[in-house]
Design a protein around this ligand. Structure first.
Ligand code: ADP
Ligand code: ADP
Length: 230
């Protein structure tokens, strides 16, 4: 069964006169092991869709299945659990703790999980190794470049071995050279570690690293590179 299945998903912000339908009728399946890019113009609903898949927000209508579990019926606590156990998040801003070393930043999700110090250290070092930053483990974010900070954020997102890594404009604040490094890293994590990646980007150069592109226009899926034409 698919990892993620969105069936007839709609999202309305506000109500009455000011109601706005950010998503109309989204049908989307994401399989285990995929590397998917969501593209589309500003305001087309990309972030809204990512926030729904990330269980940060709830749909107005439709069904959201995560490995067959009906997330649209989850309580707030169940959604928090889903995020903590099965999802990893990377954003445009790196959201690292400023006065905290790279290693401790990566350990943080494991602390929330109640893992002991030894487990936290071992898993965090393994994650930093995957992003090529072991040498920088004792540095604080301010001592790292933007690209390195984003790699720390990626290590933090994968340290719990999530089933799905969600990245919303992860290269949005990086120059083109650093952006390519981040995309090559996501590609490597997908190919070598089997991590399922869903990425939002408006840059075609970045989307080219994904194996599938879904294009949003005005709250609908306009095209899907995986769709079989009949
Ligand atoms: P994208 O990520 O493609 O730029 P968004 O999902 O951020 O698009 O936004 C889609 C539409 O929904 C936009 O018109 C935006 O203004 C609107 N929107 C997003 N978030 C909210 C919100 N919290 N309240 C009202 N409207 C919103
Ligand atoms: P459902 O009614 O969809 O089977 P349950 O109420 O039994 O859902 O349990 C939902 C809880 O189970 C959620 O808090 C979720 O975090 C957790 N859960 C366990 N396994 C999974 C999974 N593979 N995918 C998503 N959630 C899961």
């Amino acid at each position: 069964r698919p990892l993620v299945e969105l069936i007839g998903i709609g999202k309305r912000y506000g109500s009455g006169e000011t109601a706005f339908d950010a998503l109309h009728d989204i049908n989307l399946k994401i399989s285990h092991g995929e590397f998917l890019a969501i593209m589309g113009p500003s305001g087309s609903g990309k972030s809204t869709c990512m926030n729904l898949i990330g269980a940060l927000d709830t749909p107005t209508r439709g069904q959201y299945l995560f490995e067959g579990h009906h997330v649209e019926h989850f309580t707030r606590d169940q959604r928090a659990l889903l995020r903590r156990k099965y999802l990893g998040f990377v954003f445009q801003g790196f959201n690292l703790l400023a006065r905290t070393s790279a290693l401790e930043n990566v350990e943080l999700p494991l602390l929330y999980r109640g893992e002991n110090k030894k487990v936290r250290r071992d898993l965090a070092l393994a994650a930093l190794d995957k992003v090529g930053l072991c040498k920088w483990k004792d540095h604080t974010p301010a001592e790292l470049s933007g690209g390195q900070q984003q790699r720390v954020a990626i290590a933090r997102a994968i340290v719990t071995h999530p089933k799905l890594l969600l990245a919303d404009e992860p290269t949005g604040s990086l120059d083109s050279h650093r952006s390519v490094e981040i995309m090559e890293l996501l590609q490597k994590l997908n190919e070598d570690e089997g991590i399922t990646v869903a990425l939002v980007t408006h840059e075609p150069d970045m989307a080219a690293y994904a194996r599938r592109t879904v294009r949003f226009v005005d709250g609908n899926v306009e095209s899907d590179s995986q769709e079989v034409k009949v």
